[in-house]
Design a protein around this ligand. Structure first.
Ligand code: FE2
Length: 429
């Protein structure tokens, strides 16, 4: 057998040693030891190989716009939405495309090769929709970009949003979005979910709703979303994003709700970096964290992913396209500190969101796309701990990004000449 690319001495996320042989853009063999001819051989040196990172919740139309036209002074979600409203009329298609492509460069360097981005459809010009459709076509060889038609200012509350959403879907946007907690009333929110899920059912599309992104313990849109999913038979095709009100809900009600979400096959997407900074803003002390009930949803069998949501935009000044940064925050906020739960947090930025996006050929088994990342870490926990360097990023059997290992030189008498943080492995895995 001969390969285009042979990865030697790697370790899979489950701990098995593996050589991976690729040809024609696909993985042909995954074995503890492969001896074969290959056009290119990479020695992983006993380090972790993982499928690419996946960000299932992002806003690429707003990314890298930090400071335009001003900064978010309060740091709240609502000022962020207002600020985005100020920016929208002065957006140009060229600027949105340029920023999105720059973000995609950053994403690739971080091994992030699949992104689901919401795109605001409340601007009648649909300028951002057209811009991101162009970006999607431009990056298709290296990033799977899925777009969600997102009525940021409300499906009912914003005049024209309902018609614009359909126009965006007609133009090729993939997924139906919504924001029920931003409608004028709870009843309008529920009605928006009914309408949006019916559109998805009629068109055979997926649904991804900004759902209950508030600290209101009585916000109940996730209940309505699970109900509509059941009613229309959309099992497995619907995601609830944020779900932060669940953090504040009465425990008795949450114990009734979570099995309903599981029964409907609704996916849950937490956005740890954003939820921990935007929620609890009206609290004094104690301040609520606002991240949805990740361990409990997971225990009930709900597929849960972590999304990045924002990078340097009206809602969040930080971020770097690093899904390990996202997993690190999600782990801390969710207090998911057992070895098993920490390994799961790695899945929450790889395999779990890949399932939500319905990515075909994703994974490290023979027959899958030859897409993977070699990290400067021995295992997924160490990858999260160190936000490990992406030594090699491979797409369809071709290296598309490389980073040097992070090593620090020491100048201390009697001590080693360099420090490799990835060499501090625990005694037990
Ligand atoms: Fe979002």
């Amino acid at each position: 057998m001969s390969f285009d690319l042979l990865l030697k001495n790697a370790v899979l996320p489950d701990g098995r040693p593996a050589d991976i042989g690729c040809a024609g853009g696909r993985i042909l063999a995954v074995e503890p030891r492969l001896e074969a001819e290959a056009g290119q051989v990479i020695d992983a040196g006993g380090r972790l190989v993982a499928p690419p990172f996946v960000d299932v919740h992002f806003h690429m139309d707003a990314t890298l716009s930090l400071g335009l036209p001003r900064l978010n002074q309060s740091g709240t979600l609502l000022e962020g939405i207002a600020l985005w409203g100020e920016l929208k009329p002065i957006l140009t298609q060229e600027a949105v495309i340029e920023r999105a492509l720059r973000y995609c460069d950053l994403a690739v360097s971080q091994g992030l090769l699949a992104i689901r981005s919401h795109v605001d459809v409340c601007d009648d010009r649909l300028l951002a929709v057209e811009a991101l459709l162009e970006v999607k076509a431009k990056v298709r060889d290296y990033i799977d970009l899925q777009l969600v038609a997102f009525p940021q200012d409300g499906y009912f509350r914003s005049p024209g949003a309902a018609a614009n959403l359909l126009r965006a879907l007609d133009l090729g946007v993939d997924v139906v979005g919504g924001i029920p907690h931003f409608e004028r009333t709870m009843a309008d929110g529920a009605a928006s979910l009914r309408a949006l899920c019916e559109i998805a059912a009629a068109r055979g599309l997926q649904v991804d709703i900004h759902c209950d992104e508030s600290d209101d313990p009585l916000s109940r849109h996730i209940e309505a979303l699970a109900y509509e999913t059941q009613r229309l038979g959309l099992h497995g095709r619907v995601a609830g994003s944020h779900l932060t009100s669940m953090h504040s809900m009465d425990n008795y009600y949450a114990a009734k709700l979570i099995p309903l979400i599981a029964e409907a096959g609704v996916h849950a997407i937490a956005n740890p970096l954003i939820n921990i900074t935007l929620q609890g803003r009206a609290d004094t002390y104690p301040k609520r964290r606002g991240q949805t009930r990740v361990p409990e949803l997971r225990a009930a069998g709900v597929n849960v992913a972590f999304g990045h949501d924002c990078v340097m935009d009206p809602w969040y000044s930080l971020g770097s396209g690093d899904m390990l940064d996202v997993a690190h925050m999600g782990l801390h906020v969710g207090q998911m500190t057992s070895r098993e739960a920490m390994r799961w947090c790695f899945e929450a930025v790889t395999t779990n969101p890949a399932r939500i996006m319905g990515l075909e050929g994703y994974g490290l088994a023979p027959g899958c796309n030859a897409d993977f990342v070699v990290l400067q870490a021995a295992d997924p926990i160490e990858a999260i701990r160190l936000k490990a360097a992406r030594l090699f990023v491979v797409r369809r059997g071709r290296v598309i990004a490389e980073s040097a290992p992070r090593l620090a030189r020491l100048a201390l008498p009697g001590r080693p000449a360099q420090v490799d943080a990835a060499a501090y492995a625990p005694a037990t895995a």
